[in-house]
Design a protein around this ligand. Structure first.
Ligand SMILES: N[C@@H](CCC[C@H](N)C(=O)O)C(=O)O
Length: 394
Protein backbone atom coordinates (compact mmCIF):
# COMPACT_ATOMS: atom_id res chain seq x y z
CA UNK A 1 0.00 0.00 0.00
CA UNK A 2 1.38 3.37 -0.94
CA UNK A 3 0.61 6.72 0.70
CA UNK A 4 1.22 10.22 -0.55
CA UNK A 5 2.24 13.52 0.98
CA UNK A 6 2.21 16.83 -0.78
CA UNK A 7 4.00 19.91 0.51
CA UNK A 8 2.36 23.26 0.35
CA UNK A 9 5.14 25.54 -0.84
CA UNK A 10 6.41 28.09 1.67
CA UNK A 11 5.26 31.01 -0.45
CA UNK A 12 1.79 29.53 -0.97
CA UNK A 13 1.44 28.83 2.70
CA UNK A 14 2.44 32.36 3.61
CA UNK A 15 0.04 33.76 1.02
CA UNK A 16 -2.84 31.71 2.35
CA UNK A 17 -1.89 32.62 5.89
CA UNK A 18 -1.93 36.36 5.15
CA UNK A 19 -5.22 36.05 3.28
CA UNK A 20 -6.69 34.38 6.36
CA UNK A 21 -5.36 37.13 8.57
CA UNK A 22 -6.73 39.82 6.30
CA UNK A 23 -10.19 38.29 6.64
CA UNK A 24 -9.92 38.04 10.42
CA UNK A 25 -7.81 41.08 11.15
CA UNK A 26 -10.11 42.30 13.91
CA UNK A 27 -9.75 39.16 15.99
CA UNK A 28 -6.10 38.46 15.32
CA UNK A 29 -4.93 39.78 18.71
CA UNK A 30 -7.30 37.53 20.62
CA UNK A 31 -6.63 34.12 19.20
CA UNK A 32 -3.23 33.11 20.46
CA UNK A 33 -4.30 30.25 22.67
CA UNK A 34 -5.21 26.81 21.43
CA UNK A 35 -7.76 24.70 23.22
CA UNK A 36 -6.16 21.41 22.33
CA UNK A 37 -4.00 19.60 19.85
CA UNK A 38 -5.15 16.10 18.95
CA UNK A 39 -2.66 13.60 17.70
CA UNK A 40 -3.08 10.02 16.58
CA UNK A 41 -2.87 8.89 20.22
CA UNK A 42 -2.99 11.89 22.56
CA UNK A 43 -4.88 15.07 23.20
CA UNK A 44 -2.74 17.88 24.49
CA UNK A 45 -3.58 21.33 25.74
CA UNK A 46 -0.99 23.87 24.74
CA UNK A 47 -0.36 27.44 23.81
CA UNK A 48 0.62 29.11 20.64
CA UNK A 49 3.28 31.79 20.88
CA UNK A 50 1.92 35.31 21.17
CA UNK A 51 4.45 36.94 18.94
CA UNK A 52 5.40 36.18 15.37
CA UNK A 53 2.01 34.77 14.53
CA UNK A 54 1.62 37.26 11.74
CA UNK A 55 5.21 37.41 10.49
CA UNK A 56 6.33 33.83 10.74
CA UNK A 57 3.55 31.40 10.10
CA UNK A 58 5.86 28.50 9.39
CA UNK A 59 7.84 29.05 12.57
CA UNK A 60 4.59 29.20 14.42
CA UNK A 61 3.44 25.97 12.81
CA UNK A 62 6.72 24.33 13.74
CA UNK A 63 6.22 25.37 17.36
CA UNK A 64 2.77 23.78 17.35
CA UNK A 65 4.34 20.63 16.04
CA UNK A 66 7.06 20.61 18.71
CA UNK A 67 4.45 20.43 21.43
CA UNK A 68 3.52 16.89 20.51
CA UNK A 69 5.85 13.88 20.43
CA UNK A 70 7.67 13.38 17.13
CA UNK A 71 6.18 9.98 16.46
CA UNK A 72 2.59 11.27 16.60
CA UNK A 73 0.93 12.86 13.62
CA UNK A 74 -1.19 15.90 14.45
CA UNK A 75 -4.74 15.11 13.44
CA UNK A 76 -6.36 18.40 14.45
CA UNK A 77 -5.68 21.71 16.15
CA UNK A 78 -8.72 23.38 17.64
CA UNK A 79 -8.65 26.93 18.83
CA UNK A 80 -10.52 29.00 21.38
CA UNK A 81 -11.58 31.02 18.38
CA UNK A 82 -11.80 29.38 14.99
CA UNK A 83 -8.99 30.43 12.73
CA UNK A 84 -9.19 28.99 9.26
CA UNK A 85 -5.61 29.67 8.18
CA UNK A 86 -4.11 28.04 11.26
CA UNK A 87 -5.79 24.80 10.25
CA UNK A 88 -4.01 25.15 6.97
CA UNK A 89 -0.71 25.54 8.74
CA UNK A 90 -1.43 22.57 10.97
CA UNK A 91 -2.15 20.36 8.00
CA UNK A 92 1.08 21.44 6.38
CA UNK A 93 2.87 20.49 9.61
CA UNK A 94 1.42 17.02 9.30
CA UNK A 95 3.10 16.75 5.93
CA UNK A 96 6.39 18.07 7.33
CA UNK A 97 6.40 15.37 10.06
CA UNK A 98 7.78 11.92 9.34
CA UNK A 99 5.07 10.49 7.12
CA UNK A 100 6.02 6.90 7.81
CA UNK A 101 4.74 7.15 11.40
CA UNK A 102 1.14 7.95 10.40
CA UNK A 103 -1.24 5.16 11.51
CA UNK A 104 1.64 3.47 13.41
CA UNK A 105 2.64 1.60 10.24
CA UNK A 106 6.29 0.52 9.95
CA UNK A 107 8.71 3.08 8.49
CA UNK A 108 8.60 3.24 4.69
CA UNK A 109 11.03 4.64 2.19
CA UNK A 110 10.15 8.05 0.86
CA UNK A 111 10.89 9.50 -2.57
CA UNK A 112 11.16 13.25 -2.98
CA UNK A 113 10.15 14.51 -6.40
CA UNK A 114 9.05 17.58 -8.32
CA UNK A 115 6.25 17.15 -10.79
CA UNK A 116 6.68 18.97 -14.11
CA UNK A 117 4.60 19.08 -17.26
CA UNK A 118 5.38 20.01 -20.84
CA UNK A 119 2.13 20.57 -22.74
CA UNK A 120 0.37 18.19 -20.36
CA UNK A 121 2.94 15.40 -20.83
CA UNK A 122 3.73 15.02 -17.12
CA UNK A 123 6.73 13.64 -15.24
CA UNK A 124 8.05 13.13 -11.74
CA UNK A 125 11.57 14.56 -11.68
CA UNK A 126 13.97 12.95 -9.23
CA UNK A 127 17.25 14.48 -8.05
CA UNK A 128 19.54 11.52 -8.75
CA UNK A 129 22.77 13.53 -8.99
CA UNK A 130 24.53 11.41 -6.37
CA UNK A 131 24.26 8.09 -8.22
CA UNK A 132 24.19 6.45 -11.64
CA UNK A 133 21.51 4.05 -10.34
CA UNK A 134 17.90 5.30 -10.50
CA UNK A 135 16.57 5.91 -6.97
CA UNK A 136 13.51 3.74 -7.68
CA UNK A 137 12.78 0.55 -9.59
CA UNK A 138 10.60 0.32 -12.73
CA UNK A 139 7.89 -1.37 -10.59
CA UNK A 140 7.89 1.55 -8.15
CA UNK A 141 7.67 3.96 -11.10
CA UNK A 142 4.57 2.11 -12.33
CA UNK A 143 2.92 2.61 -8.91
CA UNK A 144 3.86 6.29 -8.69
CA UNK A 145 2.64 7.02 -12.23
CA UNK A 146 -0.78 5.47 -11.54
CA UNK A 147 -3.32 8.30 -11.51
CA UNK A 148 -5.57 6.63 -8.93
CA UNK A 149 -3.24 4.76 -6.60
CA UNK A 150 -0.15 6.94 -7.05
CA UNK A 151 0.84 10.51 -7.82
CA UNK A 152 -0.03 10.29 -11.51
CA UNK A 153 2.39 10.89 -14.38
CA UNK A 154 3.38 9.72 -17.86
CA UNK A 155 6.85 8.84 -16.58
CA UNK A 156 9.58 9.25 -13.95
CA UNK A 157 12.79 11.09 -14.94
CA UNK A 158 16.13 10.82 -13.12
CA UNK A 159 18.62 13.71 -13.28
CA UNK A 160 21.98 11.93 -12.95
CA UNK A 161 25.67 12.79 -13.11
CA UNK A 162 26.97 13.50 -16.61
CA UNK A 163 29.23 11.07 -18.44
CA UNK A 164 31.75 11.60 -21.25
CA UNK A 165 32.09 15.26 -20.26
CA UNK A 166 28.37 16.08 -20.34
CA UNK A 167 26.72 18.21 -17.64
CA UNK A 168 24.11 15.58 -16.74
CA UNK A 169 22.62 12.25 -17.76
CA UNK A 170 18.91 11.64 -18.07
CA UNK A 171 17.11 8.34 -17.67
CA UNK A 172 13.39 7.82 -17.78
CA UNK A 173 10.85 5.11 -16.98
CA UNK A 174 7.55 5.14 -18.87
CA UNK A 175 4.35 4.75 -16.83
CA UNK A 176 4.39 1.01 -17.69
CA UNK A 177 7.92 0.68 -16.25
CA UNK A 178 9.71 0.28 -19.60
CA UNK A 179 12.76 2.43 -20.28
CA UNK A 180 12.77 4.55 -23.46
CA UNK A 181 15.92 6.00 -24.95
CA UNK A 182 14.69 9.59 -25.02
CA UNK A 183 11.84 11.92 -24.17
CA UNK A 184 11.45 15.33 -25.80
CA UNK A 185 8.99 16.95 -23.40
CA UNK A 186 10.83 15.28 -20.53
CA UNK A 187 14.20 16.78 -21.44
CA UNK A 188 12.71 20.30 -21.45
CA UNK A 189 11.38 19.57 -17.94
CA UNK A 190 14.77 18.14 -16.94
CA UNK A 191 16.53 21.36 -18.09
CA UNK A 192 14.22 23.50 -15.94
CA UNK A 193 14.61 21.06 -13.03
CA UNK A 194 18.43 21.10 -12.99
CA UNK A 195 18.42 24.90 -13.37
CA UNK A 196 16.21 25.00 -10.25
CA UNK A 197 18.56 22.59 -8.41
CA UNK A 198 21.55 24.74 -9.39
CA UNK A 199 19.60 27.82 -8.37
CA UNK A 200 20.38 29.50 -11.67
CA UNK A 201 18.17 31.94 -13.51
CA UNK A 202 20.50 32.23 -16.47
CA UNK A 203 19.42 31.46 -20.01
CA UNK A 204 21.93 28.65 -20.23
CA UNK A 205 22.21 25.43 -22.18
CA UNK A 206 23.03 21.96 -20.87
CA UNK A 207 24.73 18.98 -22.46
CA UNK A 208 22.73 15.92 -21.48
CA UNK A 209 23.69 12.32 -22.07
CA UNK A 210 20.71 10.07 -22.89
CA UNK A 211 20.37 6.52 -24.18
CA UNK A 212 19.76 8.23 -27.55
CA UNK A 213 23.06 10.13 -27.37
CA UNK A 214 23.84 13.79 -26.69
CA UNK A 215 20.86 16.16 -26.40
CA UNK A 216 21.26 19.91 -25.79
CA UNK A 217 18.41 21.90 -24.25
CA UNK A 218 18.73 25.68 -24.02
CA UNK A 219 16.71 27.73 -21.50
CA UNK A 220 15.41 30.85 -23.23
CA UNK A 221 14.66 34.23 -21.70
CA UNK A 222 10.96 33.91 -22.62
CA UNK A 223 10.68 30.75 -20.45
CA UNK A 224 10.53 28.36 -23.40
CA UNK A 225 13.14 25.64 -23.85
CA UNK A 226 14.74 25.03 -27.24
CA UNK A 227 16.28 21.59 -27.68
CA UNK A 228 18.80 20.31 -30.19
CA UNK A 229 17.33 16.82 -30.55
CA UNK A 230 20.08 15.53 -32.83
CA UNK A 231 19.66 13.89 -36.25
CA UNK A 232 16.74 11.60 -37.13
CA UNK A 233 17.49 7.93 -37.84
CA UNK A 234 15.76 6.60 -40.95
CA UNK A 235 17.40 3.29 -41.76
CA UNK A 236 14.66 0.66 -41.25
CA UNK A 237 16.72 -1.78 -39.18
CA UNK A 238 17.91 1.01 -36.88
CA UNK A 239 14.44 2.47 -36.16
CA UNK A 240 13.82 -0.53 -35.69
CA UNK A 241 11.15 -1.90 -38.01
CA UNK A 242 10.83 -5.08 -40.06
CA UNK A 243 8.90 -3.18 -42.77
CA UNK A 244 10.69 -3.12 -46.10
CA UNK A 245 12.42 0.14 -46.97
CA UNK A 246 10.94 2.14 -49.82
CA UNK A 247 13.32 5.13 -50.09
CA UNK A 248 17.14 4.93 -49.58
CA UNK A 249 16.86 2.46 -46.74
CA UNK A 250 13.95 4.34 -45.13
CA UNK A 251 10.35 3.22 -44.69
CA UNK A 252 8.31 6.02 -46.28
CA UNK A 253 4.56 5.74 -46.98
CA UNK A 254 4.61 1.95 -46.73
CA UNK A 255 1.25 0.15 -46.26
CA UNK A 256 0.75 -1.53 -42.89
CA UNK A 257 -2.38 -3.53 -42.19
CA UNK A 258 -4.14 -2.82 -38.89
CA UNK A 259 -7.80 -3.74 -38.27
CA UNK A 260 -8.17 -4.86 -41.88
CA UNK A 261 -7.15 -1.45 -43.28
CA UNK A 262 -3.91 -0.34 -44.93
CA UNK A 263 -2.33 2.65 -43.23
CA UNK A 264 0.55 4.42 -45.02
CA UNK A 265 3.35 4.64 -42.48
CA UNK A 266 6.72 6.38 -42.33
CA UNK A 267 9.15 5.16 -39.68
CA UNK A 268 11.55 7.55 -37.94
CA UNK A 269 13.69 7.17 -34.84
CA UNK A 270 14.55 10.19 -32.71
CA UNK A 271 16.52 7.82 -30.50
CA UNK A 272 13.15 6.15 -29.81
CA UNK A 273 10.94 4.58 -32.51
CA UNK A 274 8.04 6.38 -34.20
CA UNK A 275 5.50 5.31 -36.79
CA UNK A 276 3.98 8.38 -38.44
CA UNK A 277 0.70 8.23 -40.39
CA UNK A 278 -0.78 10.94 -42.62
CA UNK A 279 -3.28 8.77 -44.52
CA UNK A 280 -4.77 5.34 -45.16
CA UNK A 281 -4.29 3.85 -48.61
CA UNK A 282 -7.49 5.52 -49.86
CA UNK A 283 -5.19 8.59 -50.05
CA UNK A 284 -7.61 10.78 -48.03
CA UNK A 285 -6.10 12.84 -45.21
CA UNK A 286 -6.90 11.82 -41.63
CA UNK A 287 -9.46 13.51 -39.35
CA UNK A 288 -7.36 12.87 -36.27
CA UNK A 289 -9.94 13.92 -33.67
CA UNK A 290 -12.35 11.20 -34.77
CA UNK A 291 -9.83 8.32 -34.62
CA UNK A 292 -10.48 5.59 -32.00
CA UNK A 293 -6.99 6.02 -30.53
CA UNK A 294 -7.49 3.78 -27.48
CA UNK A 295 -8.48 0.91 -29.78
CA UNK A 296 -6.02 1.25 -32.66
CA UNK A 297 -3.03 2.71 -30.72
CA UNK A 298 -2.11 -0.59 -28.99
CA UNK A 299 -2.42 -2.50 -32.29
CA UNK A 300 0.36 -0.36 -33.78
CA UNK A 301 2.42 -0.33 -30.56
CA UNK A 302 2.55 -4.13 -30.40
CA UNK A 303 2.54 -4.87 -34.14
CA UNK A 304 5.00 -7.62 -35.06
CA UNK A 305 6.81 -5.30 -37.51
CA UNK A 306 8.06 -3.23 -34.54
CA UNK A 307 10.45 -5.44 -32.52
CA UNK A 308 11.01 -2.70 -29.89
CA UNK A 309 7.30 -1.68 -29.99
CA UNK A 310 6.59 1.83 -31.31
CA UNK A 311 5.13 5.25 -30.62
CA UNK A 312 2.47 6.09 -33.22
CA UNK A 313 1.52 9.57 -34.45
CA UNK A 314 -1.64 10.30 -36.47
CA UNK A 315 -1.41 13.54 -38.44
CA UNK A 316 -3.81 15.94 -40.13
CA UNK A 317 -2.21 18.55 -42.39
CA UNK A 318 -3.69 22.03 -41.79
CA UNK A 319 -1.20 23.89 -44.03
CA UNK A 320 2.40 23.33 -45.23
CA UNK A 321 3.64 24.82 -41.95
CA UNK A 322 0.97 23.58 -39.55
CA UNK A 323 -0.23 20.10 -38.60
CA UNK A 324 -2.49 18.55 -35.96
CA UNK A 325 -1.22 15.44 -34.18
CA UNK A 326 -2.57 12.78 -31.85
CA UNK A 327 -0.22 10.27 -30.32
CA UNK A 328 -0.31 6.80 -28.85
CA UNK A 329 2.92 6.42 -26.86
CA UNK A 330 4.78 3.21 -26.33
CA UNK A 331 4.59 2.42 -22.64
CA UNK A 332 2.34 5.35 -21.77
CA UNK A 333 -0.74 5.22 -24.04
CA UNK A 334 -2.59 8.33 -25.25
CA UNK A 335 -0.70 11.35 -23.90
CA UNK A 336 -1.37 15.05 -24.38
CA UNK A 337 1.96 15.62 -26.13
CA UNK A 338 5.10 13.87 -27.34
CA UNK A 339 8.20 15.89 -28.20
CA UNK A 340 10.19 13.18 -29.96
CA UNK A 341 6.93 12.33 -31.78
CA UNK A 342 6.48 15.91 -33.02
CA UNK A 343 10.09 15.88 -34.32
CA UNK A 344 9.52 12.55 -36.10
CA UNK A 345 6.33 13.96 -37.63
CA UNK A 346 8.11 16.91 -39.26
CA UNK A 347 10.81 14.61 -40.66
CA UNK A 348 8.17 12.18 -41.99
CA UNK A 349 6.03 15.04 -43.34
CA UNK A 350 8.99 16.41 -45.30
CA UNK A 351 9.87 12.93 -46.64
CA UNK A 352 6.24 12.44 -47.70
CA UNK A 353 6.22 16.00 -49.20
CA UNK A 354 3.29 17.25 -47.11
CA UNK A 355 5.00 20.03 -45.15
CA UNK A 356 7.99 22.33 -44.88
CA UNK A 357 11.02 21.78 -42.66
CA UNK A 358 9.85 24.39 -40.13
CA UNK A 359 6.42 23.61 -38.83
CA UNK A 360 4.04 24.09 -35.90
CA UNK A 361 2.73 20.82 -34.50
CA UNK A 362 -0.54 21.17 -32.56
CA UNK A 363 -0.92 18.52 -29.90
CA UNK A 364 -3.87 18.04 -27.52
CA UNK A 365 -1.77 19.82 -24.83
CA UNK A 366 -0.68 22.74 -27.07
CA UNK A 367 1.76 23.61 -29.87
CA UNK A 368 5.42 22.72 -30.39
CA UNK A 369 7.68 24.52 -32.88
CA UNK A 370 9.81 22.06 -34.81
CA UNK A 371 12.57 22.70 -37.36
CA UNK A 372 14.66 20.19 -39.28
CA UNK A 373 17.74 22.31 -40.03
CA UNK A 374 20.48 22.15 -42.65
CA UNK A 375 22.87 20.46 -40.18
CA UNK A 376 20.38 17.53 -40.24
CA UNK A 377 19.53 18.11 -36.55
CA UNK A 378 15.92 18.56 -35.46
CA UNK A 379 15.16 21.44 -33.08
CA UNK A 380 12.13 21.52 -30.82
CA UNK A 381 10.87 24.55 -28.86
CA UNK A 382 8.18 24.43 -26.19
CA UNK A 383 7.29 25.01 -22.56
CA UNK A 384 8.12 23.12 -19.34
CA UNK A 385 6.48 24.03 -16.06
CA UNK A 386 6.86 22.86 -12.45
CA UNK A 387 3.55 21.77 -10.91
CA UNK A 388 4.31 20.80 -7.31
CA UNK A 389 6.88 19.27 -4.98
CA UNK A 390 6.04 16.10 -3.15
CA UNK A 391 7.11 13.13 -1.07
CA UNK A 392 5.72 9.70 -1.78
CA UNK A 393 5.84 6.39 0.06
CA UNK A 394 7.53 3.70 -1.96
N1 LIG B 1 6.56 11.71 -24.30
C1 LIG B 1 7.91 11.58 -24.69
C2 LIG B 1 8.33 10.24 -25.18
C3 LIG B 1 8.47 9.28 -24.01
C4 LIG B 1 9.02 7.95 -24.40
C5 LIG B 1 8.11 7.12 -25.23
N2 LIG B 1 6.91 6.77 -24.53
C6 LIG B 1 8.85 5.87 -25.69
O1 LIG B 1 8.68 4.80 -25.08
O2 LIG B 1 9.61 5.96 -26.64
C7 LIG B 1 8.36 12.71 -25.56
O3 LIG B 1 7.92 13.84 -25.29
O4 LIG B 1 9.20 12.52 -26.43
Amino acid sequence: MMGMGFDLSVSNLCKKFSMGLAREKKSVHKIYRTKEIRTSSTTKKCKLPKSNLFLEPLLCAARVAKQVPQQHAITSVSLLRPLHHLKLIASSVIMEKPLETVNNSPPKEILEFVKYQGLGNDFLLVDNRDSMEPKISPQQAVKLCNRNFGVGADGVIFAMPGINGTDYSMRIFNSDGSEPEMCGNGIRCMARFVAELEDTIETKSYTIHTLAGLIIPQLRADGQVEVDMGPPVLNAADVPTKLLASQNGAVVKVPLQVEGQNWLVTCVSMGNPHCVIFAKDDGKGLEVNSLPLERIGPLFEHHEVFPARTNTEFIQVLSPTHVRMRVWERGAGATLACGTGACAVVVAGVLEAHIEKKCTVDLPGGPLEIEWRKNNHVYMTGPAEPVFKGKAFL
